[in-house]
Design a protein around this ligand. Structure first.
Ligand code: ZN
Length: 172
């Protein structure tokens, strides 16, 4: 078990555009494994490599509907919009409403180094857009409607009982 510390929003690595990954080496595979363990330990639904201090274009996610890993993800198509509450593992104790695309198509590479195209909708599309933002140095507070930003007890960033609004908003 190798849980890494999650960096908070004041760290400059979170504001940098992450580097593309050329090949899935043993080192990259180890990082992906550690990112998954770190995400689970923090009860998150997604995590981007810069959040553990690695400026690389890698994200992992695990929601009720899907789990996976994307390298060098680029959003090719966006359709519709959705607005909901979001939080971030790098900004504990803060939530706010963010409008994002309802459906997206993402092109990238999987953890075996094969090209992939992934389509996502609703909550999963929201999680992926949040993580892809991290890879471009963007945080949800940049996109949240300022009047909706509110503090919550840090413990509440953990998933609440399923079905509640807080559970859906999960932290990434
Ligand atoms: Zn985040």
């Amino acid at each position: 078990m190798a849980v890494r510390p999650i960096l908070e929003y004041t760290h400059p690595v979170l504001r940098r555009k992450a580097q593309r990954v050329d090949a899935v080496t043993g080192e990259i595979r180890r990082l992906i494994k550690e990112m998954r363990e770190t995400m689970k330990a923090a009860s998150g639904v997604g995590l981007a490599a810069p959040q553990v201090g690695e400026s690389l274009q890698i994200l992992v996610y695990e929601t009720e509907e899907a789990r996976g890993c994307l390298l060098n993800p680029v959003i090719e198509e966006m359709h519709g919009d959705q607005t909901d509450v979001e939080g971030c593992l790098s900004i504990p104790g803060l939530q706010g409403e963010v409008t994002r695309a309802l459906r997206i198509r993402v092109k990238g590479m999987d953890e075996r180094g094969k090209p992939v195209t992934k389509e996502a909708e609703g909550y999963l599309a929201r999680v992926l857009q949040h993580e892809i933002d991290h890879l471009n140095g963007i945080l949800f507070i940049d996109r949240a409607r300022p009047e909706t930003l509110h503090r919550i007890p840090p413990r509440r960033t953990e998933p609440a009982p399923s079905g509640s609004r807080l559970a859906k908003s999960g932290s990434r």
